[in-house]
Design a binder for this molecule. Structure first.
Ligand SMILES: [Zn+2]
Length: 275
């Protein structure tokens, strides 16, 4: 097997030291090993985010340097389902921060964390903030459906909560990437969260008030959404739109200006004031 130009770990250390000069965007994918209903494998988040990142990296013409996937996520609320692997939120924050700080230590200035699992996001936002505060790099985090909200809404058929987990969205993209591993005959629609004006779960339509309960309190199957509406064709459209947006994000983020900080304990601010 040949070396892949977009993979961080296919380079030697002298090569990687040189690569800092071109300042590619270093992308860290993270997913989960988590129940995804009776029809999708435990690898769903890992499989989707890795394929998204690798496809984007292959098409980014050297502008993405792709780190190995972090295969586990924060899952304490999913542990009633057999198979799920839970990383404590404190451990996950510090583990991912150790990765981004290592990358920044080697001189890379633009780091993107690409997430495949919703409950990682609040933790990854803090990782991105701390990376900025504690290194010379800029770091941002996103979950993949957020990149293509308009295009996903255009193919969506389910009502609110239909795209939350093991749902119309995740099932469609899995069907597109590898339909043989999806057991569609076992897919069930389940949207059992209490009806609310303020609190719900939907990847495309976040609720104004944020709350996440233990999952078996509102889902018997592990599904929150409507996977019965999933199709490989929807998955193809969504995957394509996410990749296009990812490439636009990388090009923008790579050249995003970094302003100068000013310490007003040392500099006079009075010249700035009209008085
Ligand atoms: Zn998922």
């Amino acid at each position: 097997m040949e070396r892949k130009k977009h993979l961080y770990q296919h380079y030697t250390w002298p090569e990687l030291g040189e690569m800092v000069k071109t300042q590619p965007v270093v992308v860290l994918p993270i997913g989960s090993v988590e129940d995804h209903g009776p029809h999708l494998p435990l690898d769903t988040d890992n499989f989707l985010i890795w394929n998204i990142c690798e496809e984007a990296a292959q098409r980014a013409d050297g502008e993405i340097l792709l780190l190995p996937l972090v295969p586990y996520g924060f899952e304490s609320h999913h542990m009633d389902f057999p198979g799920t692997i839970d990383i404590h939120m404190d451990h996950l924050l510090n583990f991912v921060l150790d990765i981004t700080k290592s990358v920044a230590h080697h001189g890379f200035k633009r780091i993107l964390i690409a997430d495949g699992h919703g409950s990682n996001m609040p933790i990854l936002e803090l990782v991105a903030r701390r990376t900025i505060l504690e290194t010379n790099a800029l770091c941002a985090a996103f979950i993949w459906p957020s990149l293509a909200i308009r295009e996903i809404r255009a193919v969506r058929e389910s009502e609110r909560s239909g795209m939350s987990h093991a749902c119309e969205l995740e099932t469609s993209v899995y069907l597109h990437l590898d339909g043989q591993r999806v057991q569609m005959e076992k897919a069930v629609k389940e949207m059992g969260m209490p009806k609310s004006e303020f609190v719900w779960s939907d990847l495309m339509d976040g609720s104004p008030v944020r709350m996440m309960d233990y999952w078996t309190r509102f889902s018997k199957s592990g599904v929150n959404g409507d996977p019965t509406l999933a199709t490989a064709e929807k998955g193809r459209v969504v995957f394509g739109a996410v990749i296009e947006a990812f490439l636009r994000l990388v090009r923008e983020f790579k050249t995003r200006p970094m302003g100068e900080r000013t310490d007003y304990h040392r500099e006079s601010w009075r010249g700035l004031s009209p008085a």
